[in-house]
Design a protein around this ligand. Structure first.
Ligand code: NAP
Ligand code: 3JN
Length: 340
């Protein structure tokens, strides 16, 4: 019997994440019957290629989803909020990369390595949410620990690449680096301060509690995915002058006593994880090694000697692949395998 194929749309197809989604669909040989590329009015007239053929970019409208089975959205929160319900009404299942639907109790929030069962909830609203990139890689590393020993508290600091802020931010880091090296004036448009040769403890907007929205996304999304509101989590998110891959320093306090070697053995076999942990050979996860692949690299696993039952680790992943596009396509794969 021939494999079932699907009409797929990519909304935000011209963007940083959208472009990677198209590549992921190609690389993973997703069973595509037809493909539709959607973006803003600005991109109408452009063409994008899929598996060697060229397709026009169309304007995203309320009518874009007739006959579409699955739509991958990465065109910003406002766009998802406005258009995903029209897509769902047309019978299309939306996998959304923005924060618009993540905390909606009727919308599943999925990291395939951790809670694939949650995909079933697509039936509620026809929408599945992809978590924030910083949450995804933390969950890939911590889910096995949570399942085996429980987690009481997480303290995380992130070192996030500029590609998390879209195409313009990539250009800004490149232009500022070149300007600074040549002692020229450099302009900051995407960020409130220069990002070249700098670190900004500021991602997304500041909230009333003094945290940024990115920090609170990590807290709230982690609890939703692990289905445990009792986990204490505190986050500090920092933008660093790196093009691809987010790095995270994670301190995790477990429910039961655990040794660093036990964590290493567990993560060595964990889905989606690559253990890179041989300090004597200077081997630990690096942003430049994670870039371009889908595994979450975990290393520097060591006992927190300041309290009982806690572990420190360094976790790195390609924020555009596993942090966004790959995770979304993996969700689509579960959807077609288990439910359609
Ligand atoms: P980007 O490079 O700036 O691309 C934005 C895309 O959205 C472009 O295709 C753009 O089309 C399209 N777009 C913008 N406004 C639109 C509108 N009104 N109607 C239709 N299309 C519109 O940004 P990106 O890095 O790809 O990120 C896009 C979104 O993905 C983010 O806003 C965020 O919600 C989500 N995201 C999620 C994660 C994650 O953590 N999982 C990571 C990064 C991004 P034009 O080219 O025509 O302007
Ligand atoms: O800054 C990063 O590294 C990740 C950025 C994600 C992002 C960027 C713009 C809007 C998001 C997100 O996915 O949380 C959003 C959003 O709120 O949709």
């Amino acid at each position: 019997m021939s494999e079932k194929k699907y009409n797929v749309a990519v909304a935000g197809a011209t963007g940083n994440v959208g472009t990677q989604m198209i590549t992921c669909l190609e690389e993973r040989n997703f069973p595509v019957k037809s493909i539709k590329f959607l973006a803003s009015k600005r991109s109408v007239g452009r063409k994008l290629s899929f598996k060697g053929d060229s397709f026009p970019v169309e304007e995203l409208t309320k009518e874009s989803f007739q006959d579409i089975d699955i739509a991958l959205f990465s065109a910003g929160g406002g766009t998802s909020e406005k258009f995903a319900p029209f897509a769902a009404k047309a019978g299309c299942i939306v996998i959304d990369n923005s924060s618009a639907w993540r905390m909606d109790p009727e919308v599943p929030l999925v990291v395939p390595e951790a809670n694939p069962h949650a995909v079933a909830g697509y039936k509620n609203k026809g929408i599945i949410a992809n978590p924030n990139c910083s949450t995804i890689q933390m969950i890939v590393a911590l889910n096995p620990i949570y399942r085996k020993w429980g987690i009481k508290r997480i303290v995380v600091s992130t070192y996030q690449a500029v590609s998390g802020s879209g195409k313009k931010a990539i250009d800004e880091l490149f232009d500022q680096t070149r300007a600074k090296i040549n002692s020229l004036e450099c302009e900051s448009k995407v960020y409130p301060h220069p990002i070249a040769f700098n670190c900004l403890p500021h991602i997304d907007v500041f909230l009333e509690n003094g945290y940024t929205k990115e920090e609170m996304k990590m807290v709230n999304e982690t609890r939703k995915i692990l289905e445990d509101d009792n986990i204490a989590i505190t986050a500090t998110t920092v933008r660093v002058p790196v093009f691809i891959s987010h790095s995270e320093s994670i301190n995790v306090e477990t429910g039961e006593s655990v040794l660093a070697d036990e964590v290493k053995s567990l993560l060595e076999k964990a889905p989606g994880v690559k253990l890179v942990d041989d300090p004597e050979k200077n081997l630990y996860p690096l942003a430049i090694d994670a870039a371009g692949q889908d595994l979450t690299l975990v290393g520097r696993i060591r006992q927190d000697e300041s309290i009982q039952n806690a572990i420190n680790m360094w976790v790195v992943a390609d924020n555009i692949r596993k942090g966004a596009a790959t995770n979304a396509v993996q969700i689509a794969e579960i959807l077609i395998k288990e439910y359609l």
